[in-house]
Design a protein around this ligand. Structure first.
Ligand code: AMP
Length: 176
């Protein structure tokens, strides 16, 4: 149970979908939260408020559900936004990283000059094993950026994803 009323509102808009995309995975579906104007605005407000003290100069969003939260948080903080994308999507020169995740592995790319020299916060919807976020951090560091923290709507704490984040602060609104 979540005792804070604001967080309880968010929690009521997360739908558990068993055995998606594979048997044994309990998928945390954020689409009910996105569909509710109050819950969506609250999630953006809380992320922006809690990430501002890290003093980022740029917000990085992870394809694709991370974009939904990262771009509006960037706008709220008066900052630019840079995308981490799946392979073959970005048109300009790229940096590439392979990463592990809860159900498989994959490759991520950024434009090689997307966040050079910036203090970045990396945003995604869910922190699971942390492989995606850690891979995104390496992409930023390859460009000489400093990763000052992470933001997630929710974390699956039993997967210990924070251990993959190198001790940098991770803001999560809900923990399961
Ligand atoms: P990870 O790299 O293991 O931390 O996985 C994070 C990425 O996978 C995020 O982009 C999430 O959107 C997605 N993800 C992993 N596990 C789940 C889950 N149980 N429910 C919803 N999304 C998940």
């Amino acid at each position: 149970m979540v005792s804070d009323p604001a967080l309880a509102l968010l929690a009521r808009h997360i739908r558990d979908v068993p055995d998606f995309p594979k048997p044994g995975i309990l998928f945390k579906d954020i689409t009910p939260l996105l569909a509710d104007a109050t819950a969506f605005r609250l999630a953006l407000h809380l992320l922006a408020e809690r990430l501002a003290p890290l003093k980022p100069t740029m917000i990085v969003g992870v394809e694709s559900r991370g974009f939904i939260f990262a771009a509006p948080v960037a706008e709220r903080l008066g900052l630019g936004f840079a995308p981490v994308r799946k392979p073959g999507k970005l048109p300009y020169r790229r940096v590439t990283e392979t990463y592990d995740l809860e159900y498989g592995s994959g490759t991520l790319e950024m434009h090689e000059d997307a966040v050079a020299g910036q203090r970045v916060v990396i945003i995604d919807d869910v922190l699971a094993t942390g492989g995606t976020a850690a891979g995104s951090a390496r992409l930023c560091q390859k460009q000489g950026a400093e990763v000052v923290g992470y933001g997630f709507v929710l974390e699956l704490s039993f997967l210990h994803g924070r251990k993959a984040l190198g001790g940098h602060p991770a803001v999560t609104l809900l923990s399961y």
